[in-house]
Design a protein. Structure first.
Length: 338
């Protein structure tokens, strides 16, 4: 249903919270899941399988099997892949945190980027090079790079190597795969707000320095207890006006479940309207070329394990029955074709 210049993606479930979930690896073992993944989507994002702790768990030890399988699957099904992610403070193994010597840490990051990006060169449409590099206004110390200057979750690369490492990460990734479009990616940046403006300023700086930055991405982990990000479209447009691509990379819409665990019709309708609103913003911005939801059925969603009492955040129930949100996306794409 999607226009030719827009891919519709999902996270490919595996690794991370799935490892403790008591079911077999979804991507490799759930046939129905694989069938829908192949049939419904034109882009695939490894949910955890390219993250540092998964793909590079020990120094010198790379575990490419799961990421290889996803890239092969995507190719076999005519899908593109979003690489996720290279410079991130989270899901980073202890051995990396333990490196104190800046020259050594820099060499380790460069080798990691060259190895991982190089392995899939020519087969990845977009890479989230830098993920969540800003702390939030509500963190101690407030909005600033995760440089360890306050009590936020620290990005050890920025802390030990300085903010210039962001530009270097993009340069190394570009050298390893000149075809991949390279992105900044974060949450809580959907609205035109202080955090998205910090990224806007950073993006302008990087572009002025001729750093190979090609896009800005909005994770869009939304929660119905907060208002819809009504400035999303205008905010996306300002990045588009810089000459950058934009993308929605991790959309899900969570809410607090009623005591009986069953979402109300009103909640499902509001969830559908939220999915639709984000898709409409992307459709309205010229170079929003990639729209990805963070998993497509509730069984495998990360939400219940990370946000207490919340859930039902995806477009399909646990048994893959479609929710109103699924139909809203479908109808919005159909309408966009007229
Ligand atoms: C989540 C995964 O969905 C989980 O399986 C994992 O346990 C934790 O990470 N922002 C991101 C994603 O960029 O990589 C995160 O994914 C969700 C928040």
């Amino acid at each position: 249903m999607a226009p030719d210049d827009l891919v519709i993606g999902t996270a490919a479930a595996g690794g991370g919270h799935h490892l403790d979930a008591g079911y077999p690896d979804p991507f490799t073992h759930d046939k129905k899941y694989r069938k829908l993944l192949a049939a419904e989507f034109s882009s695939v994002s490894p949910e955890n399988q390219m993250k540092w702790d998964f793909i590079h768990p020990e120094r010198g030890v790379y575990n490419f099997a799961a990421a290889d399988a996803i890239v092969d699957f995507a190719e076999a099904n005519g899908q593109v892949v979003r690489g996720h992610t290279l410079l991130w403070h989270s899901q980073l193994p202890a051995w990396v945190h333990a490196i104190e010597d800046p020259a050594e840490l820099r060499a380790v990051l460069k080798d990691h980027i060259e190895t991982v990006v190089g392995r899939y060169a020519g087969r990845i449409q977009q890479w989230d090079v830098a993920n969540e590099i800003f702390a939030d206004e509500w963190d101690k110390g407030g909005l600033r790079l995760r440089d360890g200057s306050a009590e936020h979750a620290v990005n050890p690369f920025i802390e030990k190597l300085g903010p210039g490492i962001i530009a270097d990460a993009f340069r190394w990734a570009h050298a390893a795969d000149p075809q991949a479009k390279l992105f900044l990616n974060d949450y809580a940046v959907e609205d035109w707000n202080r955090k998205s403006t910090a990224y806007y300023d950073l993006a302008k700086q990087l572009l002025a320095q001729k750093v190979p930055l090609h896009g800005f991405a909005f994770q869009a982990h939304l929660d119905l207890q907060y208002p819809f990000p009504s400035t999303l479209r205008a905010n996306m447009q300002r990045f588009d006006d810089l000459g950058l691509e934009t993308a929605i990379t991790e959309l899900d819409v969570r809410f607090t479940l009623p005591a009986n665990g069953v979402p109300t019709d009103a909640q499902l309708a509001q969830q559908a309207a939220t999915y639709q609103g984000v898709l409409e913003a992307c459709l309205a911005v010229e170079d929003c070329n990639s729209f990805t939801i963070w998993g497509f059925n509730d069984k495998y969603s990360w939400v219940p394990g990370f946000f207490s009492s919340q859930g039902a955040a995806t477009v399909m129930w646990e048994d893959y029955e479609r929710k109103p949100a699924y139909h809203a996306l479908h109808e919005t794409l159909a309408a966009a074709q007229d």
